[in-house]
Design a binder for this molecule. Structure first.
Ligand code: G1P
Length: 286
């Protein structure tokens, strides 16, 4: 079965980037010259996703405008014969079919996913958390779709993190069934002590529709929020869940340091600014 729908939770306040995010959604902060969320949408498209379901909230209109066509901008670019920029601008709206729904209250990641229930229907679907930017040869969701073929069940992307960082993530306890692939035995959201391993959940998931009933049964957990990790724990009672390590460099673009790192390393990949940026970094002499 092919995964064709992807849910993008984007209703958060972006408090870690205030005041920049007072009037701009954090998903729209640029890494080099593209908003963060566009990197994930491009990854989704390159992984075979056809429909992007964005869970928005108040103050997030810029996301809808970004993925829409902009008649005024396009006609000005045409008039001025700016073909290359026109191509770049047109590409954005043509990447996928976009559907929007609102999460009326910020009750947590699990609750955000539940908001997509009627749009997703009864098929397995992907979830992208835009804070995790991943630069890889094969798009991570495509890597996961390959695992899904072998293990048709919910699949979580995981990465080994230093032990002193496990409290920042959902952490799994898994039994390795193939190199880098684990059958999940248990999972905990942001464990303060005794993490079950150092395999942290990264913001890419394939979920079966069974997750919706599990979320409904999930009580508020860490931070008083309905957590996806807790819902997956309930799902584990009735379905197998797998996790896989992936090939790629991940940036936690939801943190200031990670965001700057993402900008520097994506900048170094752009032929138009690479040399200048390299010289600047060398010149810093730090
Ligand atoms: C969320 C999830 C967490 C996961 C993380 C990955 O946390 O709740 O399980 O490890 O994303 O980025 P957040 O970072 O949104 O607090």
């Amino acid at each position: 079965m092919k995964i064709t729908k992807a849910v993008f939770p984007a209703a958060g306040f972006g408090t870690r980037f205030l005041p920049a995010t007072k009037a701009i959604p954090k998903e729209m902060l640029p890494v080099v010259d593209k908003p963060l969320i566009q990197y994930c949408v491009e990854e989704a498209k390159a992984s075979g996703i056809e429909e992007i379901i964005i869970i928005t909230g108040r103050g997030k209109n810029a996301i809808e405008d970004h993925f829409d066509t902009s008649f005024e901008l396009e006609s000005i670019l045409k008039e001025k014969d700016k073909k290359e920029i026109l191509r770049v601008v047109n590409k954005v709206s043509g990447l996928a079919r976009y559907v929007y729904t609102r999460q009326k209250k910020n009750l947590g990641l699990g609750h955000a996913i539940l908001c997509a229930r009627d749009i997703v229907g009864k098929e397995p679907f992907a979830v992208f958390l835009g804070d995790d930017m991943i630069d890889s040869k094969v798009p991570v969701m495509k890597q996961m779709a390959g695992v899904f073929k072998r293990y048709p069940s919910s699949i979580l992307a995981v990465e080994r993190v230093p032990k002193n960082e496990t409290h920042l993530y959902g952490v799994i306890k898994g039994k390795e069934v193939a190199p880098g692939i684990y059958r999940v035995v248990d999972l905990v959201e942001k464990p303060m002590k005794n993490p079950p391993s150092n395999l942290a959940i990264i913001g890419r998931y394939i979920l079966t529709p069974g997750i919706f009933r599990a979320i409904e049964k999930t009580a508020p957990g860490r931070g008083g929020e309905i957590q996806l990790t807790d819902a997956l724990r309930i799902l584990l009672r009735t379905e197998e869940v797998y996790a896989c390590e992936f090939e790629g460099d991940r940036y936690d673009a939801g943190s200031k340091l990670g965001f700057i790192k993402a900008n520097v390393s994506m900048g170094l990949k752009r032929p138009d600014i690479r040399e200048g940026l390299k010289r600047f970094i060398k010149g810093l002499g730090v």
